[in-house]
Unconditional design. Structure first.
Length: 374
């Protein structure tokens, strides 16, 4: 199966001036933002920026090179993004592309995980890439708040970031995108942007990001920007279906299974396009419909109580990442028992199912997936 690493071999010598941005390029940009470049890329809208080649050189002065990743590391977005950074730095199509305005922050007190960077494209356009959720629970907790808040903190940050870039570079066209939560942030920023900024947005790429509440889908901003939102969802992924009441997306193929299909480097590529799939896997739809139906039966206060209770299990036991859960199963199980006592029977049952889902995801990450490399 071919992925975006193979794409770099096939078309990496073709400059953007000859062959403009396509959907595989967009996936590459939205994956590169997972790399920890905050100490290198300017943290203000600097018109000079820094090239991918220069960034790579500076990055590996203090970081280890990763050639062929092992099985588990191939599922770690920050690590795969550093491999991608290394490949792009020697690729004619990408190495001279400059980046600017890197924001990368996390707030444990007011659950927020936000990162973004802007790329200068040769055709007088900017590509704004928003990072998806990392392996920390604070990021996932904020994601879950999408179900019970009109706006989560990172969505507000995403909108402010877009408006700031648009003001700093008033004559440039805008293309935005993101993977996972980053896809949701890109779409949200486009929907809520000011009329003048919205006019400049050519396309918004949402790579398997969760959806929005009906209040957003019924807004004038959504109706106006909807034709320019291009959302991709793998056949067996769950994330892109969460809270998606619109079901307006294109199905694509991955060489992985279940939860692992969410991983961008595993998406199938042919030429300049992502390979389309036929339909969403039935078991994925059943899970999504079950969760959606249950959430619809709760008001926002009940949803927030459930989310806070779920993540308090990890916080009280000082578990901050998915890896911590796998390494501290006894602590987590005891936390489940204690937390379940504070909930009514139905919510207690859903709590156990949610935790089982997290264990299942963690075990899937520890399985024997194919390594998404060339």
């Amino acid at each position: 199966m071919a992925n975006f690493y193979h794409y770099l071999e096939w078309r990496g010598d073709i400059a953007f001036e000859i062959d403009p941005l396509n959907e595989v390029d967009a996936l590459i940009f939205t994956w590169l933002v997972y790399a920890d470049m905050k100490e290198i890329v300017p943290n203000t809208p600097d018109p000079n920026g820094i090239s991918i080649e220069e960034t790579c050189r500076a990055f590996f002065e203090t970081h280890e090179h990763h050639g062929h990743l092992n099985l588990l590391d191939s599922l770690n977005p920050p690590l795969t993004a550093t491999v991608l950074l290394d490949r792009l730095s020697t690729c004619r199509r990408f190495k001279d592309i400059k980046m600017t305005y890197m924001i990368d922050r996390i707030d444990y007190e007011n659950p927020t995980q936000f990162a973004a960077v802007t790329f200068f494209l040769p055709d007088d356009a900017l590509f704004i890439a928003y990072r998806g959720t990392d392996r920390t629970f604070v990021g996932w907790k904020e994601d879950c708040y999408i179900s019970c808040q009109e706006e989560i903190p990172s969505q507000a940050d995403a909108l402010q970031y877009l408006e700031t870039i648009a003001a700093a570079f008033p004559n440039k066209k805008l293309i935005i995108g993101g993977h996972s939560k980053g896809g949701n942030l890109a779409a949200y920023a486009a929907i809520m942007s000011s009329p003048k900024v919205k006019e400049r947005i050519e396309i918004c790429y949402n790579h398997d990001g969760p959806g929005f509440p009906k209040s957003v889908l019924e807004s004038d901003g959504y109706r106006e920007i909807k034709p320019r939102i291009k959302k991709f969802v793998p056949q067996g992924s769950i994330v892109g279906l969460l809270f998606d009441n619109d079901r307006d997306f294109e199905i694509i193929r991955s060489d992985q299974f279940s939860f692992l299909q969410h991983n961008g480097p595993c998406w199938e590529v042919l030429g300049r396009s992502l390979v389309r799939g036929e339909e969403i896997v039935k078991s994925t739809l059943v899970f999504d419909e079950s969760l959606t139906s249950w959430l619809d039966s709760l008001d926002n206060a009940q949803r927030r109580k459930f989310i806070d209770t779920l993540f308090s299990i990890f916080e009280k036991n000082n578990l901050k990442t998915f890896d911590d859960v796998g390494n501290n199963k006894l602590k987590t199980l005891l936390g489940i028992v204690h937390a379940a006592r504070e909930l009514d029977p139905q919510m207690s049952g859903m709590l156990v199912k949610a935790l089982f889902g997290l264990f299942k995801a963690r075990n899937a990450m520890s399985a024997q997936p194919k390594v998404a490399q060339d």
